[in-house]
Design a protein around this ligand. Structure first.
Ligand code: G6P
Length: 482
């Protein structure tokens, strides 16, 4: 007999929330945040309704679990339960353990990892706060969907409070190989933390494989890689590689809007050059922006014929600006932009334009449409949504995507031009190849990639998560709203 599980409510749990709440002299302001996680998860909770438990950027003298906020404020579609942090937790949990330890470790930057017991203590404490918040809001029929490396311990802490809960987990960043992950002094605790879920998913089969090696070597667990099952404390946990898709229909609709197309033309006019190459990323060292600029410099050096025809525009979205590594990176990037423009610019023309700002979706799509080439060359990236969004927006099948093989998206966008970000000579070479690619070849590649992003879109991703959860529970799942 087929069992049909009705899921009544979706409870999303992540550190970064979809809104940022700030106290201003004229009252509280609520604005939208920029993050790959948020762009992927928000359309789902908007469709299903539910509650999102998250930190909304506020530091409090007495941190804890705060109010719920309707989102959007007028005609709300879901609500956000705010979890606040103290200034020292922000330093030790967020900037410290999450972003100076797990983030560089998982992106295989082991020299950047800081192992500090105070950071670890704070990480445990904040993860417990999130677990308590989930338990307080939880009711029978909920599906709890916890996200990412900042909250790896929350599943086990929440399971201890509500053993019968259905918990899914998505790990948004790379999962490194055993020899890298085992460097972490708390590697076993982190694994046990999210093994408390019913199902766990990653962006790529490579990360899934790394995870399975880690659990079998570090915890001596029984693993069935064929079936995608890990046995832990008498439970079968389903593990899957389920790469996120983009809301392709939304990007297509935006790319069709006359206002967005006019804006794209305005960007082209203001640039003036014949070729526009675009980079758009959070200003993070994993994104390879500095290395990309070096490649652009090399390109200009080797191809003087392009001097009058070429503009590289880097949009660098501010992120983790209180972190030392991020402040240093910003300085280095801005110095490099200055140096390149000093070398190759003329008084009326600069080859590199740089903007330190975030773009709203309309403006972002206008940039995607204005560019001839998107340079998406992270040193390591869980997936990279920019690559998929660029492709989804190119409704006329023009334009070229130059992509790093170290972005999870490269496994799906196989018709992209692949360039090794660690070797600027290769990126410079592939950039030239992309700029000189005939229209028919551009269209052939773009069409194939567009087929991929429209078929494996966001709804497909969410449905695969539900299917894998259904497998754990036995039967089918139905969630109202989808
Ligand atoms: C990546 C992570 C997310 C994170 C986002 C922004 O996409 O996977 O978990 O929210 O970066 O970083 P932030 O530190 O601002 O939350």
């Amino acid at each position: 007999m087929t069992v049909l599980h009705n899921l009544e409510r979706l409870v999303v749990v992540s550190n970064r929330g979809p809104v940022e709440i700030k106290e201003t002299p004229s009252g509280v302001s609520v604005s939208h945040t920029v993050s790959g996680l948020v762009s992927a998860v928000e359309p789902i909770i908007e469709a299903t309704g539910g509650i999102w438990i998250a930190w909304c950027g506020r530091k409090k003298r007495k941190p804890g679990v705060g109010h719920t906020w309707p989102v959007p404020r007028t005609e709300p579609r879901y609500s956000v339960r705010e979890v606040t942090l103290s200034a020292s937790e922000h330093r030790d949990f967020y900037l410290g353990f999450a972003n100076d330890c797990l983030w560089p470790l998982c992106h295989s930057f082991i020299d950047r990892c800081v192992f500090n017991p105070d950071y670890w203590r704070s990480y445990q404490l904040v993860n417990q706060r999130f677990a308590d918040a989930v338990a307080a809001d939880w009711r029978e029929g909920d599906v709890v969907w916890i996200h990412d490396y900042q909250l790896a311990l929350t599943p086990a802490m929440f399971r201890a409070l509500r053993p019968e809960a259905r918990i899914a987990f998505f790990w948004h960043i790379p999962f490194p190989s055993y020899d890298v992950f085992s460097i972490l002094p708390w590697a076993r605790e982190i694994l046990k933390g999210f093994l408390a879920c019913d199902n766990i998913a990653f962006h790529s089969p490579v990360y899934l494989d790394n995870f399975l090696h880690c659990v079998s070597w570090l915890l001596d667990l029984e693993v069935d890689p064929e079936a995608g099952i890990v046995r832990w404390e008498g439970r079968d946990i389903i593990v899957r590689a389920l790469p996120i898709g983009v809301d392709a229909a939304r990007f297509i609709a935006l790319a069709t809007e006359p206002a967005v197309r006019q804006r794209a033309e305005a960007i082209r006019r203001s640039i003036g050059a014949r070729f526009l190459v675009l980079g758009a990323d959070r200003l993070d060292y994993t994104k390879g922006i500095l290395e990309r600029l070096q490649a652009v410099e090399l390109f200009l050096e080797r191809n003087p014929g392009y001097a009058d025809d070429f503009t590289f525009l880097q949009v660098a979205v501010p992120t983790r600006t209180e972190g030392k590594a991020y402040r240093e990176l910003r300085r280095a990037v801005e110095e490099t932009v200055g140096r390149i423009n000093g070398r190759f610019g003329e008084q009326w023309r600069v080859p590199v334009r740089y903007q330190f700002r975030s773009l709203n979706p309309e403006y972002l799509v206008a940039h995607y449409l204005a560019a001839d080439v998107a340079l998406v060359t992270p040193l390591r990236d869980g997936l990279n949504l920019v690559a998929k969004e660029f492709v989804a927006s190119r409704i006329d099948n023009t334009g070229v995507l130059v992509l790093s093989p170290f972005a999870g998206a490269a496994e799906q966008l196989t018709e992209a031009v692949i360039a090794n970000p660690y070797y600027p000579h290769d990126v410079a070479e592939q950039l030239r190849f992309a700029l000189e690619m005939p229209r028919e070849e551009q269209a052939r590649r773009m069409r194939a990639m567009r087929e991929n992003v429209t078929r494996y879109n966001l709804t497909h991703w969410w449905q695969s998560i539900l299917d894998s959860l259904a497998q754990t529970l036995g039967g089918h799942l139905r969630l109202s709203g989808l």
